[in-house]
Every structure is written in C-alpha cells, then in structure tokens.
Design a protein around this ligand. Structure first.
Ligand SMILES: Nc1ncnc2c1ncn2[C@@H]1O[C@H](COP(=O)(O)OP(=O)(O)OP(=O)(O)O)[C@@H](O)[C@H]1O
Length: 575
C-alpha cells in the first residue's frame, strides 16, 4: 500500500491541507466539552447569564469552524484519492499494454480487469479514510485522555479498565475478519472469469445447450462470493453492537462513580459532563482506529495485486541501443530457431531454418498443433525465441525497437478481431492517416468492397462490439484490409483465408499477388489450394520442418506433404 502512495505526489499540497484541516477540526472538538463545563459550572450554577451567552457564542463559533474544517478536509481527501485512482488506473493500463503474451497468459485477462477496476477502487476508498483518520483518531484519543485527566484524574481509573476491554474486543473481531477480506478479492476474480466466458462465449454456449451449465457455474461463483461476504459482514456487524455495549457500560460506570465523586466534593457537574464526552471521544477514536486496521489489510490485499502487475517486467523489451532505423526490403530469416512455451517440457518449435524473401510468397502448412501460429508469432516478437535468431533484413528482431519492427509488418491474426467503430476506422487502424482512396483500395484487394457498399452507411457503417454484426468471412476480409492499408514490407497471414469460400479465396490471392510484388508474404494455411502456388512451402510436423520447397518438389520428396495433399485434393487437382 505504501509503495502505491508514491503516486500521491501530485496531490502533496492537498494532502497537507487535509492534515491541517483535520488537526484544526480535532482541536475544536476537543475544546467544546471544556467550554460546556464552564457554562454549567460557572454560568448555570451561579446564574451568570452573561457568561452563558458569551461562552455559548464562543462554542458556536468554534463548532462552526470545526464543521468548515471537516468539510474542507473531506472534500480535499476525496479529490486526492480520486486523483490517485485515476493515475493508478492509467499506469496499470499503460503498463499492461506493454506486456508480451506471456504476461497475459500468467495473470489472466479477467484478473487484469478486476485489478484495474475493483482493486484500485478499494485502494481509493481506503485512501480517503486514511487521510481523514490518520490525524483525527490518534489526536482525538491522546487529546481526549489528557483532557479527561485534567477534569478528574481519579475518574480516569474507569477508562483504565474499559479501554483494554474495548481493545481486546476489536482485536478478536478484526483478526477473524481480515483474512476473509483477502479471500473476497480472489472470489471476485473467479466471478469475473466466469462472467467473461459466459458472455463472450454466448453463441457456443447456446448451440451446445450449455446455458443451464453456465448458469450453474455462475451461480456457484456468485454463491461463493456471497457466502464469504456474508461471513465478513456478520463478523464486522458484530463489531458495532459490541462497541456500543462497552461504551454504554462505560457511561453507566462514569456516571455512577462520577456521581459519588460530586457528592464527595471532588468534582463538579459540568466537569462530569465534559468527562463523559471525552470518554466517548476516546472510545470513538479507538473504533475509528479499529475500522482503519480492518480496512487497511483489505486495501493491502488489493495493493499487492496492483503492485504485482506494475512490477511485472515485460519479458519482451526494447534493446538499450536499437539498430538504426532503415527502410529495408523485408527479408525474414529464421536461423536454427527453437522455442519453448514457458513451463513446457517439449519445444513447440525446433531447429527451424528458412528464409522468406521480398517478392515471394512463403507458405507454412501442417496439421493442427504443428506449430504454425507459434512460428509466425516469433516474427513480430509476440514471444522471443529460446535459441537461434529471427531476423528482418539481416538484423536480429531483438535488436530493433518493437515499434520499428512492427511498423514493417502487416499482421492478420487467425481470429479476426474488429473494434467498435466504423468500417473505415477499423481499416485505418492499420494506418492512421490513410486517405479515403487508400482505405477503399485496401478493401478492394481484400474483396471487401462489395459487402461494404451493400452495408447500411457503407464505409461509415458501424461495427458493433467485437464485430458481432459482420460474418466471419467479412471480419477476416476487413482485418486483411487493415493490414493491406499500411503497405508494409512483410505480410503475415495466420490462417486468414479459412473463412472464405474457394472463389473469394482465389480472387483475393490473385489481387494480393499484384499488390505484394515487392513484399515478403508469409501465409499460414490449412488448405493445400491456398499454398500450392507459393514460391516456397514449409511443411511443419510437431514443431519441425518436415519438408521445404515448391509444390511439385514436395510432392516428390515429402511424404508428410503428400499425405496432406491426398487428404484434400482429388486426383485431377493433384495432377
Ligand atoms: N500460449 C501457449 N502456451 C503454451 N502452449 C501453447 C500456447 N499456444 C500454443 N501452445 C502449444 O504449442 C503447440 C503449437 O501450437 P500452434 O498454435 O502454433 O499450432 P498451429 O499449427 O498454429 O495449430 P492450428 O492450425 O490448430 O492453429 C501446440 O501443441 C499448443 O498446445
């Protein structure tokens, strides 16, 4: 928690004012009972009306000042805490944006969302409380004790008995509640995960009639969270009545013994009234402190989770001194590349060596799980190689900044992803300053212009969240257009034609061929017809190259390739 407070720096002035105003507010509250005692003992008892008016007026002024200080302190504390929340959310989000896929795999998207929202909220709430109570509670407690002793040291014995009892009760309750607060955050994560899967996977859930199953899963996570929350609240709920009981008993004891002391002439009525108020203040300040001690560990659990994200060093970083920027041709070279996913025992890729040249199409084919996507994920450095090198125009990709590298690449993912916004905005995602002509031309090559024109609004037509209002094939074509509009040196298509019918696939590849005469094109595909005409076909099997060459060569030399071809094409097509 403390380490997060460094983000409070911009609000240093406001925090100092909060402390100052709270200090003044506490002083005013500590002063009021003494004045009241004066009114009773010196005014009411002696019938001095003028003194009652005068001291009453002073009391009113001090009380008003206290209220103003309290309002100002609360306002500034809330503002500073809200500012802290904003800065934290911004920092976490920006930091996460730099994560490689490994860090995402490690923490999980649902947990990252909870940490950016709910956890930061917890810290924000507790910061307000700490700012307000940090000065108020201890000052009120110590000041109250001093003032009480100054009224009647003898009566203070009652407090010596009551306060430890109160402290013990607080300790017992808090020690039961605090561990449960930590549990709550984990349960919120779990609920977030189920909710996310349930909502994003709605189509699959419905088609497999798993609605009831998902509802049960949600109910289980929800019930789990509810039960822990109820347990915490039961324990914390017990806190108030126990405190009130102790406080009421203390009041009775003070009045009882105080009455006796008044009779014996040690104490005046006004003093007893003031003493009672100070005793209340002391006990309230203890309750405030206890609430703080309960809330801080709760926020601490959240702070640890936020810090975990902030301190996580992305595995993939830019080199300290990047290779000089140069506009190359886009030659991609894999030199003896081996790659293990973190924690995996077997490599996903081993000893991969090949070169993909500008003006050529290099296709990668292989069974599912053979490592095709993994291989091309190494080019834009979504992951780094375990050994060997991947280079762009002879420069190791690790020597380039991620921006330099990715600027040279037009990547079309296996699972097409669109953003909420217009069609044109989605295509322009590839090149912010693309002209309308460039956008239209990219769409034309991607065979998307026809369906765009047919859509309501054309290029200004809206894509709903996640691209829900376009078909799978249309989504793929828009994400191809997004890559085409940047006219990069290297095109990487990860199984990006799979949702297209054969005719559209062929038309698109023909248009692409004309567009990419100068570029390096890498195509991952399952269909032989998509790769047959490639200049180089790499056949992958279990992460290794099982053959490399043109279609005809591979038909003669690679049994794996022949098997794939035989499973997809008829005799005439093969011939
Ligand atoms: N994030 C990951 N963490 C751990 N292992 C992974 C991860 N992604 C893929 N793998 C493993 O690496 C291997 C290769 O996966 P990859 O996605 O590269 O296959 P692919 O050839 O592209 O398959 P497909 O054609 O089905 O997309 C698989 O065995 C898979 O289980």
């Amino acid at each position: 928690m403390l380490s997060l407070l460094r983000y409070m720096k911009p609000f240093r002035g406001a925090v100092l004012l909060v402390l100052l105003f709270t200090f003044l507010q506490t002083l005013s509250e500590l002063f009021l009972p003494t004045l009241m005692a004066d009114i009773v003992d010196k005014g009411v008892v002696t019938g001095d009306i003028a003194l009652i008016w005068r001291v009453g007026g002073i009391m009113l002024a001090i009380a008003a000042g206290g209220v103003l200080c309290s309002i100002a302190a609360s306002y500034l504390a809330a503002r500073s805490a809200a500012g802290l929340g904003k800065i934290l959310r911004q920092n976490v989000f920006s930091h996460v944006e730099n994560f490689s896929l490994q860090e995402f795999d490690r923490i999980g998207t649902a947990s990252l969302i909870t940490r950016t929202t709910n956890d930061i909220n917890q810290v924000q709430q507790v910061t307000i409380m700490i700012l307000r109570m940090l000065v108020l509670a201890p000052l009120m407690c110590i000041g109250g004790i001093l003032m009480a002793v100054s009224r009647d040291p003898g009566l203070t014995t009652v407090l010596l008995i009551v306060l430890p009892v109160l402290g013990l009760a607080i300790f017992l309750i808090a020690s039961k509640g605090i561990p449960l607060f930590k549990k709550i955050q984990v349960k919120i994560d779990a609920l977030g995960r189920v909710t996310r899967e349930g909502l994003t996977g709605m189509r699959v859930i419905r088609s497999f009639n798993r609605v009831q199953y998902e509802e049960n899963r949600f109910q289980e996570a929800n019930e789990d969270l509810t039960q822990v929350s109820i347990r915490v609240n039961k324990i914390m709920g017990a806190m108030m009545p126990v405190m009130m009981l102790v406080m009421n008993m203390a009041t009775i004891a003070i009045v009882w013994f105080g009455g006796a002391r008044i009779q014996d002439g040690y104490l005046q009525v006004g003093d007893l009234m003031a003493f009672l108020q100070y005793a209340m203040m002391i006990m309230f300040s203890l309750i405030m402190l206890s609430v703080m001690f309960v809330m801080i560990p709760r926020a601490q659990a959240s702070a640890v989770r936020i810090n975990e994200v902030l301190q996580m060093q992305p595995d993939i970083e830019d080199p300290k001194t990047a290779a000089p920027a140069q506009k190359g041709k886009g030659r991609i070279t894999f030199q003896d590349v081996t790659f293990y996913y973190p924690g995996a025992e077997a490599p996903a890729l081993s000893n991969i060596t090949f070169e993909a040249n500008p003006g050529e199409v290099t296709a990668i084919i292989g069974g599912t799980g053979s490592g095709k996507s993994t291989l091309i994920h190494l080019i834009p450095r979504f992951y780094d190689v375990t050994s060997g090198t991947v280079s762009l125009d002879g420069v190791d990709v690790r020597q380039l900044t991620q921006e330099q590298l990715r600027e040279a690449i037009g990547y079309v993912p296996q699972k097409a992803l669109l953003f909420t916004g217009t069609i044109a905005e989605n295509i322009r995602y590839g090149k912010e300053d693309a002209t309308d002509e460039e956008v239209a031309r990219a769409a034309e090559i991607a065979q998307a212009d026809e369906f765009i024109s047919a859509m309501e609004g054309g290029y200004e037509g809206l894509i709903t969240q996640g691209g829900g209002n376009v078909s799978g094939g249309q989504k793929q074509r828009l994400s191809i257009a997004r890559a085409l509009v940047r006219r990069p040196e290297v095109y990487v298509f990860d199984d990006s034609f799979s949702a297209l019918d054969f005719k559209t696939d062929a038309r698109l590849r023909a248009a692409l061929k004309q567009e990419t005469t100068q570029s390096t094109v890498l195509i991952v595909a399952q269909r032989v017809s998509t790769v047959m005409e490639a200049d180089r076909i790499i056949v992958l099997e279990e992460g290794q190259i099982a053959g490399i060459g043109k279609h005809q060569e591979l038909m003669e030399t690679s049994s794996v390739y022949r098997e794939i071809v035989a499973s997809q094409l008829s005799e005439e097509e093969i011939a």
